[in-house]
Design a binder for this molecule. Sequence first.
Ligand code: OOG
Ligand code: MG
Length: 255
Amino acid sequence: MIDTAAVAEIVDSAAKNAKAISQLSENGYPLSLAQAYQVQAQSIARRLERGERLIGIKMGFTSRAKMIQMGVDDLIWGRLTNTMLLEEGAELDMKNYVHPRIEPEIAFRLKQPLKGEVSLLEAMAAVEAVAPAMEIIDSRYENFKFSLQDVVADNSSSSGVVIGAWQQPSCDLSNLGMAMFFDGEPVQIGSSAAIMGNPYRSLVAAARLAAAADMTLEPGWIVLAGASTAAEALRSGVHVRLETEQLGVAEISVA
Ligand code: OOG
Ligand code: MG
């Protein structure tokens, strides 16, 4: 029997102290996928006990580009807490991370609850606002290498999120150009179409996957649709800017 609470303490400490650990799957913890989600829930429960608040969830591996980059081809999800939310234009400190990467995303803010099997139209109707966003992922595993179970247990590498201006969900999101720049140089260029053909499909999947953990996506929550391109490693001194057609920009700097 695997003591999931003990494993949750290992991944939570690694995240808290920004210290890499070896892969659980190769280190005596061959978790099933269900156990990996259990570890994730227990590690986030530890953060909530320390006073953090749940603000939504993030989807992962919703694009081919991400699946190929990381060698994992199942949809995954993770929990977002208030301390992960970075102010737009904020300055990150590399010492708070193990080996952070950044990726272009689209964020939804809900006005109605979503749970279980919902249609694309129901998911769209539950959205109050949409925004361009960038996720900072920071796998706690050495060399950013993991199995499906490892990454799920590690809250799907969630570390930070920066969200641009929220706006009415009036435009068609199915094929918006997205370009991410490091110091003005384009480093990743793609389209929101890469996210399951339409980012709203990721929201449908989010409602279904969260329901399997008996979780409802709540009004006011944020759902990150998953990256449209591969992620880029952050480095000291870099300024990162995402430009998304129709939706505008999101920016962040590293000290
Ligand atoms: C896992 C998280 C994947 C996405 O947007 O696809 C993810 C990772 O790549 O470390 O956040
Ligand atoms: Mg992501």
